[in-house]
Design a protein around this ligand. Structure first.
Ligand code: SF4
Length: 256
């Protein structure tokens, strides 16, 4: 068994003037992930290391951090796939540091909420007292499917050069979700969505660096979503208006 040289960027904004690096020697085991190594260091070597995690299976998006300089999920990165004799862990760029590897995602989630990430309908009564389901056709689902895989880990936003320069820019995650709901055939809120996007700090600020799509651990292509979104903002025409969304299919109809 060899050891892992784990380097953790330490910073407590209430105590430290600037970040410093601390090195820990962790016994390596087969299949060990960077999160495993960090938790070993925290449990057995230094209880004060701050790291956020939850599902340990690339589903919750909690353990995003820079690993050897690139935004990754710590639970989804095995030590063996990394090059070099040390593993350097640092907090994600473009977010304030709460402590060590834990960043403040408040603005990230608030920008996500600003895109109204829910289905908007004109038939409020059906939403209140559903008689069935709004079924999607397979080809319509295909248009948005990859964007539904987003786990809101923030890796794309941390790698975005425009987010680094413009704090009002919604960022690739939020804009990709705007596209996902605009194109959802059950949604009728297109006019409101396009209006919100056509802003000096909105969809036009993307320089198409493409780093968001490069780092996404779930295969989402936010850069593509932003480009496709621009077409709709430019035309000013939502894919459908109030009353044109997918019709409700009752349980009896679905069984026929
Ligand atoms: S688009 Fe990808 S990188 Fe961005 S938040 Fe969603 S899952 Fe994470």
């Amino acid at each position: 068994m060899t050891d892992v040289k784990l380097v953790v960027q330490r910073f407590d904004p209430f105590v430290d003037l600037k970040p410093k690096l601390a090195e820990y020697t962790v016994p390596k085991r087969e299949g060990m992930t960077v999160l495993d190594a960090l938790l070993y260091a925290r449990d057995y070597l230094d209880h004060s290391i701050a790291v956020r995690f939850s599902c340990r299976q690339a589903s919750c998006g909690s353990c995003g951090m820079k690993i050897n300089g690139r935004p990754r999920l710590a639970c989804y990165t095995q030590i063996d796939e990394l090059k070099g004799d040390k593993v350097l862990t640092q907090p994600l760029d473009n977010f304030a540091i709460i402590k060590d590897l834990v960043t403040d995602l408040d603005s990230f989630f608030s920008k996500h909420r600003q895109q109204m990430p829910y289905i908007m309908r004109s038939d409020a009564q059906e939403l209140e007292k559903p008689t069935g389901e709004f079924m999607m056709k397979p080809d319509e689902l295909e248009k948005v499917l990859q964007f539904t895989y987003c786990i809101k880990c923030g890796l794309c936003t941390s790698s975005c050069p425009t987010v680094a320069m413009d704090s009002k820019f919604p960022g690739p995650q939020a804009l990709a979700q705007a596209y996902r709901y605009l194109m959802d055939e059950r949604d009728e809120g297109g006019e409101r969505r396009l209006e919100a996007l056509d802003d000096a700090h909105g969809v036009w600020r993307c320089h198409f660096a493409g780093s968001c799509s490069f780092v996404c651990p779930k295969g989402v292509d936010p850069a593509l979503g932003i480009q496709l979104l621009r077409r709709h903002v430019l035309s000013g025409k939502p894919p459908r208006k109030a009353g044109e969304g997918a019709k409700v299919v009752t349980t009896t109809q679905a069984q026929k």
